[in-house]
Design a protein around this ligand. Structure first.
Ligand SMILES: NC(=O)c1ccc[n+]([C@@H]2O[C@H](COP(=O)([O-])OP(=O)(O)OC[C@H]3O[C@@H](n4cnc5c(N)ncnc54)[C@H](OP(=O)(O)O)[C@@H]3O)[C@@H](O)[C@H]2O)c1
Length: 387
């Protein structure tokens, strides 16, 4: 039995990880759960899975949670609670499914302990790619990608042909506004941005997807996970989300991974790796697929993608700025304080104000992340015409 810790168990990835575990009760045991503020769902997860270790983001919710439980389980809290869960001795896999920069320190802590990390949280790699990969190498700790595109590439990369990879091809659904004009994009509301045509996800990543910023984060993630130069990572818009990504080899062969748009498949692959085990999830029906189409992303309409690639190519601390400014701008958009097209504008302006550093440590990352958020807020106030 593999012992699993889930950081972010009440979120979209966390809940789907538990669904995968439900499929294989004799293969996995949940030993740790961490959540943010959804105390009720956490209480019902504790009753069902009986983990030994539990953590909530806010200390003030600990008593409320305990009142909902019959047993006297110890409940940790805050950033330290998350760190403790990431380092539990008996854990086999730490699933990092918290959103945003909150994933960074627990991921580093788990890797320091030599733990296998099933990584959904892309912001960790975007802000600290070199540090994360170095810790994984030094401590022999595996990183298994959960993001469907990176799981697809991971599955298509042939060990024996690593030097013959020509390029990685990341597919993008294009989001709900693929065919909108720039004028129409200006009128996109949070409600519109929160409904994705193919995937059901947390709010922040759904907004990221709608502006192709998520794809930008994924390009940076692919650069670090698979050690590929940015010039060898291509984004292709594929609205059907059947092909989850591809690897093109030097001889012109392309290997692709296909499947239903169901995150439980890449989550399961990370948990059962290297095995593929029969499940009851829906399977692709090729008779029902009319066409698979592909097109180039429109970087003028969706400049957030171009900015991510630029941040990645500049390197150093610029991707921290890209990520921090984006997280803040997405919050502002969801609060109704800025318009949809102002998200990439703000990111670009914050990036312009930053001089990238080549050498930096964890404290620098957190400091630059904070600075980027402050600048994003300041710029948002100076922007007129928010919705
Ligand atoms: N959803 C997808 O299909 C998908 C696909 C690929 C990659 N990802 C990546 O996976 C990560 C999670 O995405 P998601 O869609 O699952 O997000 P989500 O639905 O918003 O869930 C986030 C989870 O993190 C918890 N959380 C937030 N702040 C926390 C803190 N300070 N301490 C402890 N827990 C905290 C939340 O708890 P509460 O809800 O209790 O507040 C929730 O359980 C993101 O980095 C995203 O980019 C997601």
């Amino acid at each position: 039995m593999k012992k699993i810790v889930i950081l972010g168990s009440t979120g979209s990835i966390g809940k789907q990880t538990l669904q995968v575990i439900d499929e294989f009760p004799d293969k996995f045991k949940v030993i740790g759960l961490a959540a943010g503020s959804n105390v009720e769902l956490m209480a019902s997860q504790i009753k069902k899975y009986k983990p030994k270790y539990v953590s909530l983001s806010l200390e003030k919710n600990v008593g409320i949670l305990k009142d909902m439980l019959d047993n006297n389980i110890e409940v940790l809290s805050g950033a330290n609670g998350l760190l403790e869960l990431a380092q539990i001795d008996e854990a086999d896999i730490i699933v990092v499914a918290v959103n945003g920069i909150h994933g960074l320190r627990p991921t580093l802590a788990a890797l320091d302990k030599g733990k296998t990390v099933a990584l959904a949280n892309k912001e960790t790699i975007v802000t600290a790619g070199s540090m994360v990969m170095e810790k994984s190498r030094q401590n022999g700790a595996k990183i298994l990608p959960v993001d469907s595109e990176h799981s697809a590439i991971f599955q298509c990369l042939e060990e024996k042909n690593q030097r013959s990879v020509d390029k990685l091809i990341l597919t993008a659904s294009g989001g709900p506004f693929l065919n909108y004009s720039f004028e129409e994009l200006k009128r996109v509301t949070p409600k519109m941005a929160l409904s994705h045509p193919n995937w059901s996800m947390g709010a922040k990543i759904t907004v990221d997807c709608a502006g192709l910023i998520n794809k930008g984060l994924e390009v940076i993630e692919a650069h670090w996970l698979f050690k590929m130069p940015y010039e060898s990572i291509e984004v292709v818009v594929h609205p059907q989300s059947v092909i989850h990504s591809m690897v093109q080899y030097d001889d012109g062969s392309v290997l692709a991974q296909l499947g239903c748009a169901d995150m439980r498949i890449p989550i399961q692959y990370a948990l059962t790796y290297p095995m593929r085990i029969k499940n009851t999830f829906p399977k692709l029906d090729f008779y029902k697929i009319n066409a698979l189409t592909f097109e180039k992303p429109n970087l003028e309409k969706f400049p957030g993608l171009a900015l991510a690639i630029e941040a990645g190519k500049v390197g150093g601390t610029m991707t921290i700025v890209y990520n921090g400014a984006n997280e803040e701008a997405v919050h502002l958009f969801l609060e109704g304080k800025i318009g949809f097209t102002e998200i990439p504008q703000i990111i670009g302006r914050v990036m312009f104000m930053h001089k990238s550093l080549e050498k930096y440590n964890l404290d620098d990352i957190l400091e630059i992340d904070k600075w980027s958020r402050i600048k994003a807020r300041e710029i948002s106030i100076s922007i007129k015409g928010g919705i």
